[in-house]
Ligand binder design. Structure first.
Ligand code: PMP
Length: 399
């Protein structure tokens, strides 16, 4: 019997991951994981929590000390007028925060305006909440920044929220102050909520990160969503948080937080306290190294094949590269005949070629939405040797 959940799309990222497991000595530029390890402050705090038997049930919303530190970080670091630690809820990573939020925010048929291309779990979480995704195109020529006018053209009586993700996965676009102000004005004028996914807030290279929730009167209609995954290289530990001024929405999210996790793993939350209380230099060090890897990767791309091109991203750690329409003529090895991904999608076809003939993991642009066709996403947060290996392999795949 068919079921509603069958209608929620699966992410191609999972398909590629499975495909990568069949490859020996792969270059894992497909997944959005950093090669750094979590700082000692995190590991020591987790070890101490284990030694002190902090292995029991906790408050659903989070360890109070963690909520307190996060409220302070949001106020001082992000300029968001959070008035109490109670406004912060700790989640099992950003993906969980987004899921709970859309469940709590949307009624069936409510529309959310989402940039195209976009990280697929956002779309999945909206559809899982029986919401409707309305795509607004991003343009490479405009630095991949969403445009308030284009968003407004898509507002309907059913529009409930605008989803923003800056720095942006997969394109690396970073919103500027003027663009944020225009979207904030639109949200106020049309009485819309904003979901502001700031997972990559600390990975910015040639720009600075501003939260739309810090603009005048915006926190009351904005839910900023964060994660420790990228900032502190804690992807597998699963720690995220969101902040909400609206008490009713917060109560709903807290209820679903309880039903989906009881509380986020105690030891991991103590690791989060360690991250925030420990030295913060590591955040800048990661970012500087990521910039160097970005530059290394783009230099290699420019010098190598002529098949791929694109401008360096201002934030996040992905190269979203356009591939040449004639890539098949340039291929030096046999091209797999029936790619398993999207039917007739060239980005799936070239991905299969890179994986099978070159051991290079990447994500087909089509997986991020119709606006991503013609592109591939490579994660350059891998260590330099892996990036160099992938570049050399790529060079050998095209004449
Ligand atoms: N938002 C975006 C845009 C992301 O790319 C990610 C991670 N890939 C997340 C949120 C959430 O990350 P996590 O669940 O690891 O906290």
């Amino acid at each position: 019997m068919p079921h509603f959940v069958d209608s929620i799309p699966s992410s191609g990222i999972i398909r590629i991951r499975d495909l990568m497991y069949s490859v020996e000595n792969p270059f894992r530029l497909d997944q959005g994981d950093v090669s750094f390890d979590a700082p000692d402050s995190v590991k020591a705090a987790m070890a101490a929590a284990v030694a002190a038997n902090r292995t029991h049930y906790l408050q659903t919303a989070g360890v109070p000390r963690l909520q307190e530190l996060l409220a302070e970080k949001l106020r001082v670091g992000n300029g968001i007028p959070v008035t109490s630690p109670d406004e912060v809820l700790v989640t099992n990573g950003g993906i969980h925060g987004l899921y709970l939020l859309f469940q709590s925010m949307l009624e069936p048929g409510d529309e959310v305006i989402v940039p195209d291309p976009q990280w697929p779990p956002t779309v999945g979480a909206i559809i899982a909440a029986r919401g409707v995704v309305v795509r607004t195109p991003l343009h490479e020529a405009r630095g991949w920044r969403p445009d308030a006018g284009e968003i407004e053209a898509r507002v309907s009586p059913r529009t409930r929220a605008i989803y923003l993700n800056s720095p942006h996965n997969p394109t690396g676009g970073v919103m500027d102050q003027a663009g944020l102000e225009a979207i904030a004005a639109l949200a106020r004028r049309r009485n819309l909520l904003v979901v502001s996914d700031e997972a990559y807030e600390d990975v910015v290279f040639d720009a600075s990160h501003v939260s739309i929730a810090s603009l005048p009167e915006m926190y009351q209609r904005t839910v900023p969503v964060y994660t420790f995954s990228k900032t502190y290289a804690m992807t597998g530990l699963r720690l995220g948080y969101l902040a909400m001024a609206d008490g009713r929405l917060r109560d709903r999210v807290r209820k679903l937080l309880f039903y989906t996790t009881g509380n986020v793993a105690s030891v991991v939350q103590f690791g989060g306290i360690g991250a925030l209380e420990g030295p913060q230099e590591v955040v800048g060090e990661y970012c500087r190294e990521l910039r160097a890897r970005r530059d290394l990767f783009y230099a290699g791309i420019e010098a190598s094949t002529g098949v791929f091109g694109g401008t360096k991203p201002a934030g996040a750690f992905y190269a979203f590269l356009r591939f040449a329409a004639n890539w098949r003529e340039r291929a030096t090895r046999p091209i797999p005949e029936a790619p398993g991904g999207g039917e007739g999608s060239e980005s799936w076809a070239i991905t299969e070629y890179l994986v099978r003939a070159g051991r290079i993991g990447c994500i087909p642009g089509a997986d991020f939405g119709p606006g991503g066709e013609g592109f591939l996403r490579f994660c350059f947060a891998r260590d330099r040797r892996e990036l160099e290996g992938a570049l050399a392999s790529m060079k050998s795949l095209f004449a």
